[in-house]
Write a new protein. Structure first.
Length: 318
């Protein structure tokens, strides 16, 4: 445990598991702390209006100045436990964005977003707090971390760079003037189709890409697999590149009931018996696996999928 008379003393610390503020100018001190670190922050004071301001600035908890030392210690332990429990590399799906913290990858409909490390950290903080208004200082603490030196308005610049990359993602970074930013999930009423095969490395990837090209935003498609591979088959990447679709950066993913939820149709391709139970109508397209096939054969599979996709779009009225 380390004690400092002023909040600026925090800058001399390499890290902190939790921080307790107790004294005068609590609102200003909270802003300073949140600028420096995202560590759990407990504010102790006697004025409830000041406490409300501190919580709005990013403090995690507040206790009355009359609280016993035992209660303060218990609250600090609770904040530390909550922080540890909240850590993890679980994949987050919001809108059509898929965020993989472990791999530091962000994808929209299987397409990886090309972002700088700072843009990824900014997106992660916004996604983890979706629907919550975050001040610039709180975003800096979460995405830039301690030791940041600069103006809070650097957040504005990075948000401006990030926004174009979130097109077609079903989410939006909303500006609240004088307050900060909030990540919103858009109300998307477009028809959605899920294409599924075993490895999500060939047929389903081609189908989703062709569907999204022909739909021109009027409907959209996801793809997944019951046993996802590590990458898309190279022969599939080659024949799709011939028609102007790049699947080199696409990442196979697992078919789940959550992914299929809300789809107007689930199209399977050789994996129907392994698919999870879903509410959406299911249809099986009997197509050969393109893996290891000669290029001419893969082109034939691609063209067959293209014809089926156009027929499906017509059937859906898209």
């Amino acid at each position: 445990m380390t004690w400092h008379r002023q909040s600026s003393g925090l800058l001399r610390e390499p890290s902190a598991d939790a921080i307790v503020l107790d004294g005068a100018d609590l609102a200003d001190a909270t802003a300073r702390v949140r600028r420096a670190t995202a560590a759990p922050l407990l504010v102790i004071g006697s004025n409830e209006h000041v406490a409300a301001t501190c919580l709005a600035l990013g403090a995690d908890a507040w206790l009355s100045a009359s609280s016993s030392p035992a209660l303060v210690c218990a609250q600090v332990r609770a904040l530390v436990r909550k922080r540890v429990a909240g850590r993890g590399d679980a994949v987050i799906e919001v809108g059509r964005l898929r965020l993989n913290p472990g791999a530091r990858r962000a994808e929209v409909e299987g397409r990886e977003l090309q972002m700088t490390p700072r843009e990824y950290d900014l997106l992660r903080v916004l996604v983890e707090n979706r629907g919550v208004v975050l001040s610039r200082d709180r975003i800096l603490a979460g995405a830039w971390g301690s030791r940041f030196v600069g103006e809070p308005k650097t957040v504005d610049v990075h948000v401006a760079w990030l926004r174009p990359k979130l097109e077609q993602s079903g989410i939006r970074v909303t500006t609240l003037r004088g307050v900060g930013y909030r990540l919103d999930v858009l109300d998307d009423r477009r028809a959605r189709v899920v294409f599924a095969c075993v490895h999500n490395a060939g047929r389903s990837q081609m189908a989703a890409a062709l569907f999204n090209r022909h739909a021109r935003g009027r409907a959209w498609a996801d793809s997944a697999g019951t046993q996802p591979a590590s990458h898309v088959h190279p022969e599939v990447v080659e024949v799709m590149r011939e028609i102007g679709i790049d699947l080199a950066g696409a990442t196979p993913r697992l078919l789940t009931t959550g992914l299929a939820a809300g789809a107007v149709r689930v199209i399977t391709m050789g994996c129907a018996e392994e698919c999870p139970v879903v509410d959406a109508p299911m249809e099986d397209w009997s197509l050969p696996d393109p893996a290891g096939q000669p290029i001419e054969a893969v082109r034939g599979i691609r063209d067959d999928i293209d014809r089926r996709v156009l027929s499906l779009l017509s059937e859906l009225g898209v």
